[in-house]
Design a protein around this ligand. Structure first.
Ligand SMILES: C[S@@+](CC[C@H](N)C(=O)[O-])C[C@H]1O[C@@H](n2cnc3c(N)ncnc32)[C@H](O)[C@@H]1O
Ligand code: SF4
Length: 355
């Protein structure tokens, strides 16, 4: 047992004997995490309140700009078994918000409802992104019975022709049936998730936005419109020149990367990784399958793998010497390494949403 683990066991025993101290520690949890993020500390004082656990990285569709849809190799295809999920959730007593999706269609994992049910029991808020195209209304009924807190539906069109331009292999009629059913059953039962319809637009489906917006209103869904994110060299294929010039069509966030401090990301195999953009096995760190307590999880959260990632955001010369994990070193989403002037690169003002 390392000295850090011993120290954690000692403090854990003290807090268990004196519950008021535990209340104080819980109250200080969020400010301490926020402080570590703002200072870009290499070590984080406690486990994150937010995690992303990918239940599956297989999909029924072939969206042309998604690593899963493009069948990019270098990523082990897998489905998380329920027991592994339960084990991971139990390892983090601080967990309050769970993103239960990443690189696949979550409802293709038959255990998803048991997973959602466990989260509900543990009062963990959940978000699931789905294409609504992998199943029929009997499955939607199960979503009503055991809903995530937020159900984000990815439907990029209000007509068959424009929908399939990005959601390749998607059956628009089936998706529409599922949307109608979802809306009707939420109204009838007063149960179910908050539904957020996210419409990714490109030059082939923009004309559908007004119709989609009014349909969302009729169905009682929230409605969000965002540009389809495209790699630079494919920009003209998907967007007209005005959109490319004026709108955020690339994943660029002018903030210090919050993932490394505020959200732990887990692959369907149970392997830890830096963030939701990691889709090669080589970007993975340790597996959570073999660890047995929160103290060990915290040790992993502060392992050299994460400390190196966090060091990408430090300017001091000592940190420049630290070898960086490949993904953070080459990431072009968050600005990194040196020269990070807090005036120019503010911290993510939405960090409260992460905790
Ligand atoms: C990889 S998907 C997995 C969940 C589910 N299969 C779905 O599509 O909603 C996660 C999110 O990425 C979004 N996404 C996929 N391709 C995208 C792109 N090129 N630009 C922006 N978001 C994209 C999806 O719409 C979804 O909200
Ligand atoms: S539906 Fe989701 S996971 Fe499947 S290919 Fe499209 S974006 Fe990727």
């Amino acid at each position: 047992m390392t000295s850090i683990t011993r120290l954690f066991h000692l403090t854990h025993n003290i807090f268990t004997r004196y519950p008021l101290l535990e209340v104080a520690r819980t109250a200080l949890h969020e400010p301490r995490l926020a402080w570590a993020y703002r200072r870009r500390s290499l070590r984080v004082p406690s486990l994150p309140a937010r995690m992303m656990i990918d239940p599956i990285n297989l999909c029924n569709l072939e969206c042309p700009l998604c690593p899963t849809g493009r069948h990019i190799t270098g990523m082990t295809r897998s489905r998380m078994p329920y027991d592994l999920f339960e084990h991971i959730v139990n390892l983090n007593p601080r967990l309050r918000i769970l993103d239960l999706f990443n690189l696949g269609e979550p409802f293709l994992n038959n255990d998803i409802f048991r997973m959602l049910s466990l989260c509900r029991k543990k009062k963990i808020r959940t978000a699931v992104h789905t294409n609504l195209a992998a199943y029929d209304t009997d499955w939607v009924e199960r979503i009503i019975e055991t809903p995530p807190t937020r159900l984000h539906i990815s439907v990029d069109g209000a007509s068959r022709d424009s929908y399939v331009l990005y959601r390749v292999k998607g059956d628009f009629d089936r998706v529409r049936r599922n949307m109608d059913y979802l809306s009707r059953r939420i109204r009838e039962t007063g149960k179910g998730p908050v539904v957020e319809w996210a419409f990714l637009y490109h030059k082939g489906n923009r004309q559908d936005i007004p119709a989609a917006r009014s349909l969302a209103e009729k169905l009682g869904f929230k409605f969000f419109v965002r540009p389809l994110v495209v790699p630079k060299h494919l920009g003209p294929e998907w967007h007209d020149p005005e959109t490319l010039a004026s709108e955020a069509v690339s994943f660029r966030a002018n903030v210090v990367c919050p993932h490394l401090w505020l959200q732990m990301t887990v692959k369907p195999t149970g392997a830890l990784t830096t963030c939701c953009f990691a889709y090669h096995d080589q970007d993975e760190s340790a597996s959570l399958a073999g660890i047995s307590c929160p103290e060990q999880l915290l040790e992993l959260w502060n392992s050299s793998y994460y400390r190196r990632g966090r060091a990408c955001f430090r300017t001091e010369s000592t940190y420049r010497e630290i070898p960086k994990p490949m993904l953070c070193e080459t990431c072009n989403i968050y600005p990194r390494h040196g020269g990070l002037d807090p005036q120019e690169h503010p911290y993510d003002s939405t960090i409260r949403d992460w905790m």
